[in-house]
Design a protein. Structure first.
Lengths: 116, 113
């Protein structure tokens, strides 16, 4: 089974802190994703990575950055956390091209971040 | 704009009955995939069913089936013989021909014993 592991399930951080959310997948997937989930808004894509060191902005990248130094690991960074970044963050991965679009995207269990 | 819309924030169904969750989308793409994902309380999101847009036959996975109407841009999920374990948030998603998914806002399904 594919396993996407998010290292922290629950975090509480202070406004202005730098926050790292880590994600590791064990299926040699090319694609990795960070989504944010909020009630009434569904899941919104923050960043997408299709290869090591390659990234693409999603729909809501402001206030976030990412790092992918190794294929299996994709980190989400909040440079200066703000209260409006309190949310559930979901990491995901999938096979890339040429299998391409239509592949199942596998999700981690989520990281609940509260910024106070 | 490419959008996915779920107009039912909450639904409930009696155990063993059938329920249909609605989803519509907007795109000018002709080739794409549609998905239904399930997120049980405090658990990981998992794929329920997938439909390729160029396939006319509706996808089926055991008790789960879809009604895909491409011209109407509609993709509903039917759950037959509802079970307590079906209680979850259900998200409709479309990849709009690329490798990323755009999700709807979700429908919370409650199963009444």
């Amino acid at each position: 089974d594919v396993k996407v592991t998010q290292s922290s399930r629950y975090l509480v951080k202070r406004t202005g802190e730098k926050v790292f959310l880590e994600c590791v997948q064990d299926m040699d997937h090319e694609n990795m994703f960070w989504y944010r989930q909020d009630p009434g808004l569904g899941l919104r894509l923050i960043y997408f990575s299709y290869d090591v060191k390659m990234k693409e902005k999603g729909d809501i990248p402001e206030g976030y950055s990412v790092s992918r130094e190794k294929k299996e690991r994709f980190s989400l960074i909040l440079e200066s956390a703000s209260t409006n970044q309190t949310s559930m963050y979901l990491c995901a991965s999938s096979l890339g091209s040429p299998q391409g679009a239509g592949n199942t995207i596998y999700f981690g269990e989520g990281s609940w971040l509260t910024v106070v | 704009a490419q959008t996915v819309t779920q107009s039912q924030p909450e639904m409930s169904v009696q155990e063993a009955e059938t329920v249909t969750l609605s989803c519509t989308y907007d795109t000018s793409e002709s080739d794409y995939y549609l998905f239904w994902y399930k997120q049980p309380p405090s658990r990981q999101m998992i794929l329920v069913i997938r439909q390729e847009a160029y396939k006319q036959q509706n996808a089926t996975e055991n008790r789960f089936s879809v009604n895909f109407q491409k011209a109407a841009k509609s993709f509903s999920l039917k759950i037959s013989d509802s079970q307590l374990g079906d209680a979850a948030m259900y998200f409709c998603a479309n990849n709009f021909g690329n490798e990323k998914l755009t999700f709807g806002t979700g429908t919370r399904l409650t199963i009444i014993p």
